[in-house]
Design a protein around this ligand. Structure first.
Ligand SMILES: [Zn+2]
Length: 307
């Protein structure tokens, strides 16, 4: 095993490290790098990590276990089990060690994580996770955020309802857009809140962030969102989203507001003709509506190229 490893400059601009809850977790990540084997693997046992990496620091095993879990939540390490032992693996380790020379490395005794373990990023404490799943029945907030009723109430008590609801919207957006994976949404929401406070110099979340999302077209309560080219959320109410789906549009985040409005109008017209029974006496008016819808579709699709 060589004396050390390379720590790339790009660590300062890493997008994942700022997401960690504590500087302790950040320190552990950087101090872990010189200890891992040629494959980027090391013991995942908090007791061993504490002894070998944080040898002279007065950190409790519990804290180290928390840091490891946090690193795994963000995806910086993968915690896995093999032959009844806990291990960790740094997924991008080999990429970040350009001068890795397997001939100079001691033969490793740590088995690599299996393909399944790499993909599911399964945690160190699978039993604990299972247990908590059984204990807490969680409700879905938005499309992805899972919280138990108690956790939601607890967050509202700590952070106030508008702040919690906005953070849930943000978290849904993060998971939906980037596929973020977290063990505990309850804890992530609190971490994000603390980071918001820090970046605002200690002030509360700005007023405009507290607003309930509203539909871009009709100003009803927004329920569905996409991100626009700038990464900002664009909300639609279920009615308008359905109208868009009717004309075959699902990727409205990138569309101009005027195009979205036209397409919604068009979709609503189509829905209306569908639900109107074609009475023989009103055939002309039904045909008028159909023609109007067809015209709108033609116009809207013509404009797609300019979106
Ligand atoms: Zn609407």
């Amino acid at each position: 095993m060589p004396q050390g490893r390379i720590l790339l400059k790009s660590i300062s601009t890493s997008k994942k490290l700022p997401l960690l809850g504590t500087d302790g977790a950040r320190l552990l990540y950087t101090w872990l790098i010189p200890h891992v084997d040629v494959n980027g693997c090391f013991s995942g046992d908090p007791e061993i990590v504490k002894g070998k990496v944080f040898t002279k620091l007065r950190k409790s095993t519990k804290s180290v276990g928390g840091y490891l879990q946090n690193l795994a939540d963000i995806g910086l390490i993968i915690l896995y089990e093999a032959d009844g032992e806990n291990y960790l693996h740094i997924p991008d380790f080999v990429d970040k060690q350009p001068s890795l020379n397997p001939d100079r490395e001691a033969k490793t005794t740590i088995p690599m994580p299996t393909q399944d373990q790499l993909q599911t990023k399964s945690g160190l404490y699978p039993l604990k996770v299972k247990e908590s799943k059984v204990k807490l029945s969680k409700d879905k907030y938005g499309e992805f955020v899972l919280l138990s009723k108690d956790q939601y109430q607890e967050l509202v008590k700590k952070l106030t309802k508008p702040v919690v609801d906005q953070l849930i919207v943000d978290l849904n957006l993060g998971i939906g857009t980037h596929g973020y994976k977290y063990k505990s949404h309850y804890h992530v929401i609190q971490t994000w809140h603390r980071k918001n406070l820090k970046s605002k110099g200690g002030s509360a979340v700005p007023q405009e962030k507290l607003a309930t999302p509203i539909c871009l077209v009709c100003k009803a309560t927004g329920r569905w969102y996409k991100t626009d080219r700038q990464g900002k959320p664009v909300y639609l109410c279920p009615t308008c989203a359905k109208a868009l789906a009717t004309v075959g549009i699902t990727n409205w985040g990138y569309m101009k507001k005027s195009s979205i409005e036209k397409s919604v109008e068009c979709g609503k017209a189509m829905l209306a003709t569908r639900s109107t029974p074609a009475e023989p006496t009103h055939e002309a008016s039904v045909n008028d509506k159909r023609n109007a819808a067809a015209k709108l579709i033609a116009e809207t699709t013509k404009n797609f190229g300019k979106v």
